[in-house]
Design a protein. Structure first.
Length: 260
């Protein structure tokens, strides 16, 4: 089974979302031709596999309603986000996070994907790997030469979170505005809780028969959303405050060979 389909969305909510997505598509692309062209942008095929089926009417026009009902939850959420459809009843943070790290942080993406497919069968392993993914994100950011913190492979998630919040000037201190202090404290508390769960409630550090180990995926989904929320915030803040230098942003010296 494709792991992307493991995102759990209520059928009632799916029905509502499909209606809103269909309405928005017809608003933006009010012809069968353009509606089909738009849906084709999301359609993937490989030999005998396709991520969803495009349903056509007898005259060859797209049957948009039935096609949308063929699309998995994660892809439907991505389409909704792309079209600007609000999704207040479902926070699509996991799809957004996966896309972000897949594009820019390959090692983090591999760890996160390994964690994601373990949620149902091995919830405690998933938590441990999610913790590792968040640690890796912070380490990747701290590699930036514009930041002064030193990377130490032995540091825990809480220690790494402390380092990066200091670099971002979000570390909670007594002289900070209460709003900033609250953000910093929340991020530190979330990181510390994730780390403690990994250490105390999973098999990553070895357990005896009397120790409690998380076995319910319900808790793991909650922890995953926490990891993703923290990770997305750190990545967004980093991209905003420390944008990559433009490849075209360089000075032309007098010795450069000019084409004119």
């Amino acid at each position: 089974m494709d792991d992307s389909k493991k995102i759990i969305i209520s059928p009632v909510y799916m029905m509502q979302l499909i209606g809103e997505v269909e309405k928005k598509i017809w608003e933006k692309y009010p012809s069968y031709k353009n509606a089909k062209l738009y849906i084709n942008k999301w359609h993937e095929t490989d030999n005998y596999w396709e991520n969803f089926s495009i349903i056509l009417k007898q005259n060859g026009d797209i049957d948009l309603t039935n096609t949308l009902h063929n699309i998995d939850g994660e892809t439907l959420l991505k389409i909704a986000i792309d079209l600007g459809v609000e999704t207040p009843d479902f926070i699509p943070s996991i799809p957004l996070f996966r896309n972000e790290i897949k594009s820019n942080y390959e090692n983090v993406s591999q760890t996160f994907e390994k964690a994601y497919i373990q949620i149902e069968e091995h919830p405690d392993i998933a938590i441990g790997l999610a913790n590792s993914a968040l640690e890796s994100i912070i380490k990747e950011i701290l590699k930036d030469e514009r930041l002064s913190a030193k990377i130490n492979s032995n540091k825990t998630l809480y220690e790494l979170a402390s380092d990066i919040l200091k670099e971002f000037q979000l570390y909670p201190t007594s002289d900070m505005p209460i709003e900033i202090k609250t953000i910093g404290s929340s991020l530190l508390s979330a990181s510390q809780s994730i780390e403690k769960l990994r250490s105390a409630k999973t098999n990553f550090h070895g357990k005896t028969g009397e120790d409690y180990v998380i076995k319910d995926s319900l808790y793991t989904y909650f922890i995953f959303n926490s990891v993703v929320t923290v990770g997305l915030f750190l990545l967004s803040y980093y991209k905003n405050k420390f944008p990559k230098p433009s490849e075209n942003n360089y000075e032309i010296s007098d010795n450069d060979d000019l084409p004119f």
